[in-house]
Design a protein around this ligand. Structure first.
Ligand SMILES: *Cc1c(COP(=O)(O)O)cnc(C)c1O
Length: 459
């Protein structure tokens, strides 16, 4: 991995994993013949594979990270008191130190924070703009009868287009939307950092400042979907003029000062295996949110989590902002993207923070959209090397899908460079024999969220 960071002796260019390994979890090899059989038994849907039959699991970066010695040590300090737990105080202090909001409400994961936020703020007929809504965010908005509107910049819709801040929101589009539907129908604006559904792409501070100014002018609160706030802050340090010498923590604080609150999944940049939270500066909303929290999540000092989980998150959000970690994180994701793209493999450019997205329509142009090129490619990566990825395309969204992508999400602090070198080799091998890959057809689909349980077979 190339790119020396500050503090590294200048003649040395190799980026290493900034940790040593204290506990190991064996991963299991399977033979190609076994994988052929396993794939048939899973009906060519990698969600249906037992995890132990996967060698390198890039299905998601959510809740799959490795915790540090400091996190495990903090977990032993977990105070499991029902009310007034000391772990909650530490959790709140840590969250406030970075996010800066007055009220911190723990939840069992990000979608619970979303459900409570939209349950309190939105009603039927409302419209909630976002750069791009994540699928649980959209579902929770639609569940209360409101409309979720995506307003990414135009560049975000073209996989091959390179732009430093493809996660930016279309500010003119936002103004026009507010104008068209009326301020009274826009209870809040959201901004997702980084933009997960848009390829893990960051938003710039300049753009967030412009969005925030529009919101202030209309008196509309701005909330951040902060799941990958640390990765977004580091991209700003690398790419936005004026932020080179700021720390990721300073940048994160500046981002959150632009908003009125946030939702967070601690399974991403919280570096924890479970958890989330909801923040707001609004006293009245906070009270309503806590009332809802007690109904389904738990008492406000634990919110569906154990005291030890609160401890792990309190340490995790700090570790996610460490520069050595972020440099390794961003460079290693880019390393995977660069090594396959250099050989002609079509990917969403530039590489995002947490994942590389293969463009399956460009990879397999001979497979029509209705034969699921993304699912076929994901199946082939498993067959070739035991790698699990996920299709984001026609199986997930139906015929209206704008792209057929295969996402390779990198769990935090889990795999080393040699694992990634192996993934590169497997992708390139599949690339070499791409013309032999065949499409698939559906044999079973559920009435909603069909990608989780669908059955397929060769077309
Ligand atoms: C994962 C995620 C969520 C939902 O969080 P969960 O912890 O999975 O419920 C919301 N928004 C974004 C951008 C995410 O990546």
């Amino acid at each position: 991995m190339n790119a020396a960071g500050p503090g590294v002796f200048m003649a040395i260019h190799t980026i290493i994993e900034p940790f040593r390994i204290k506990t190991v979890e064996p991963i299991r090899w399977t033979t190609r013949a076994e994988r052929e059989q396993l794939l048939r038994a899973a009906h060519y849907n990698l969600f249906l594979l037992p995890a132990e039959d996967v060698l390198i699991d890039l299905l998601t970066d959510s809740g799959t990270g490795a915790m540090s010695t400091r996190q495990w040590a903090a977990m032993m300090e977990g105070d499991e008191s029902y009310a007034g737990s000391k772990s909650f105080d530490r959790f709140r202090e840590s969250v406030q130190g970075i996010f800066g909001y007055k009220h911190v409400i723990p939840t069992h994961q990000g979608r619970a924070a979303e459900r409570i936020l939209f349950g309190v703020m939105c009603k039927k007929g409302d419209v909630v703009p976002n750069n791009t809504h994540f699928d649980t965010t959209r579902a929770n908005i639609e569940f209360v009868g409101a409309e979720a509107v995506d307003l990414p910049i135009g560049e975000a819709r073209e996989p091959a287009c390179v732009h430093p801040f493809k996660g930016n929101m279309d500010v003119t589009g936002l103004e026009q939307l507010i104008e068209r539907v009326g301020r009274q129908h826009v209870p809040l604006v959201m901004m997702t950092i980084t933009n997960n559904s848009g390829g893990g792409q960051p938003a710039s501070l300049e753009n967030m400042r412009a969005v925030s100014a529009v919101c202030r002018r209309h008196g509309i609160p701005l909330y951040l979907d902060a799941c990958r706030f640390a990765e977004n802050a580091y991209f700003i340090k690398l790419r936005e003029p004026g932020y080179e010498s700021k720390t990721p923590k300073e940048i994160a604080r500046e981002i959150f000062r632009l908003g009125d609150g946030c939702t967070m999944s601690a399974k991403k940049d919280g570096m924890a295996n479970i958890g989330g939270f909801l923040c707001t500066n609004d006293d009245v909303l906070a009270q309503q949110e806590k009332n809802l929290l007690i109904l389904t999540e738990g008492y406000p000092t634990y919110g569906g989590l154990a005291g030890r989980d609160l401890e792990a998150i309190a340490v995790g959000i700090e570790e996610a902002l460490e520069e050595d970690y972020l440099r390794y994180r961003i460079v290693s994701t880019a390393y995977l993207g660069k090594h396959v793209a250099d050989q002609g493999v079509p990917i969403v450019q530039p590489p995002g923070g947490h994942a590389i997205y293969l463009d399956a329509r460009a990879f397999l142009p001979h497979i029509p959209q209705e034969q699921f090129p993304g699912v076929a490619l994901a199946a082939e990566l498993y067959l070739e090397g035991g790698i699990r990825s996920v299709e984001i395309g026609t199986l997930m969204f139906g015929a209206a899908a704008k792209m057929d992508l295969v996402r390779l999400a990198i769990p935090r602090r889990v795999y080393t460079q040699s694992h990634i070198d192996y993934v590169v080799e497997v992708i390139l091998e599949v690339w070499r024999r791409r013309e032999q890959i065949r499409g698939l057809k559906l044999t079973y689909e559920a009435p909603f969220l069909r990608h989780f349980t669908a059955h397929l077979e060769p077309a």
